[in-house]
Design a protein around this ligand. Structure first.
Ligand SMILES: *Cc1c(COP(=O)(O)O)cnc(C)c1O
Length: 350
């Protein structure tokens, strides 16, 4: 089977998700727009999972989940504090600003993709006059865009500053499962128990065909969200096909099994390549990604051998992303090709 390290969304559906996709199809006619059995069941199961009475909505993708969640927390004159590498800043084509009618993103910088209480505090206090958009939300990505993970204490500390400064806390959890698996904590511990108000819980990268859950831990913030989703063109009429596959992830903790596997494959990849000559690991690989700086001829060599991966961070930074189905053999084959390209023979012939 041909596999790549470009993104965890290169992978297909996990069998458990596919099973419920087909089950939903076999259930005959069902009410549309989320009034079906499957959607109700998955919402209940997510409330069980988080051990709280949260409000759950389904949208097609992560950009919509983040943009609409943030828009529901902000007025147009507000701002959202996030890391400079945050997906909402770098990869959503201005979606959060568009859907919030102009809320500005305020960017924090750090070497590991994570905000800190100090960064948040500095951004909140930098300007308080009415000529500057008023900070209203802090957005954390868990796990981060560079494959690092906020600890429970780190989320708590940021949420504590947020509370003191009257900010709401949004979590971009496109890879939430990978973070929970890496930390080995209960999902409530890094969300509402730590002070997170809204979680965009990613399913796509964890093995679903499509669809993310927007989970509001504060019911008041979810008011009108259903209308926002509909207006944005994100309300699936046959919603059961987005919701039902979640049962495949939630039963028997398949979402964690998938995430643990992806994380383990990233660890294996890291182990295999970190000491090769010319390879510099850029971030501690705490979830399912390994970032490596490689010499340009080596990158060309890998591409020539048919490997696909992204190089969007800096010059020569390669992101190697593992998925729920990444085979150890794929990791070994990639590492072998990389070793060959960085080895003494290739240096001598270069
Ligand atoms: C993949 C991803 C998303 C969602 O992206 P879509 O392509 O819109 O589904 C959001 N945040 C992060 C950090 C991601 O990696």
């Amino acid at each position: 089977m041909k596999q790549h390290f470009a993104s965890d969304n290169y992978a297909g559906l996990c069998p458990e998700a596919l099973h419920y996709f087909l089950e939903a199809n076999a259930s005959g006619h069902e009410p549309a727009y989320g009034d079906d059995y499957w959607t109700g069941e998955v919402c209940e199961r997510l409330r069980d999972l988080f051990q709280t009475d949260c409000q759950v909505f389904f949208v097609f993708n992560g950009t919509a989940a983040n943009s609409l969640a943030l828009a529901s927390l902000c007025q147009s004159y507000h701002s959202v504090i996030c890391h400079e590498l945050a997906h909402i800043e770098t990869d959503e084509c201005g979606g959060p600003e568009f859907f919030s009618n102009g809320s500005k993103l305020l960017i924090g910088r750090s070497p590991d993709g994570k905000l800190t209480p100090d960064i948040v505090e500095a951004l909140v206090t930098r300007r308080t006059d009415l000529h500057y958009p008023r900070p209203r939300v802090v957005s954390l990505t868990q796990s981060t865009e560079v494959g690092t993970v906020y600890t429970v204490e780190e989320v708590r500390a940021i949420a504590a500053i947020a509370k003191r400064r009257h900010l709401r806390v949004h979590m971009d959890g496109a890879r939430f499962a990978n973070a929970v698996a890496a930390l080995n904590v209960h999902p409530s511990e890094i969300t509402w128990r730590a002070g997170v108000d809204v979680l965009c819980f990613g399913g796509t990268k964890n093995g679903l065909p499509v669809g993310e859950a927007v989970v509001f831990f504060d019911e008041a913030m979810a008011e009108d969200f259903a209308w926002r989703v509909k207006q944005a063109g994100q309300l699936a009429s046959k919603m059961r096909f987005i919701s039902a596959p979640w049962l495949g992830l939630l039963n028997n903790d398949v979402w964690l099994k998938n995430a643990r596997h992806a994380n383990a494959m990233a660890s294996l990849l890291h182990e295999r390549i970190r000491e090769l000559p010319g390879v510099r690991i850029m971030f501690p690989p705490q979830a399912n990604a390994v970032f490596a700086e490689l010499p340009a001829p080596v990158i060309r060599g890998l591409h020539n051998k048919g490997w696909k991966f992204y190089q969007f961070i800096g010059e020569g930074g390669c992101r190697l992303m593992c998925a729920w189905d990444t085979q150890p053999e794929t990791v070994e084959a990639f590492a072998r090709d990389l070793a060959e390209l960085t080895g003494p023979a290739s240096v001598a012939s270069a």
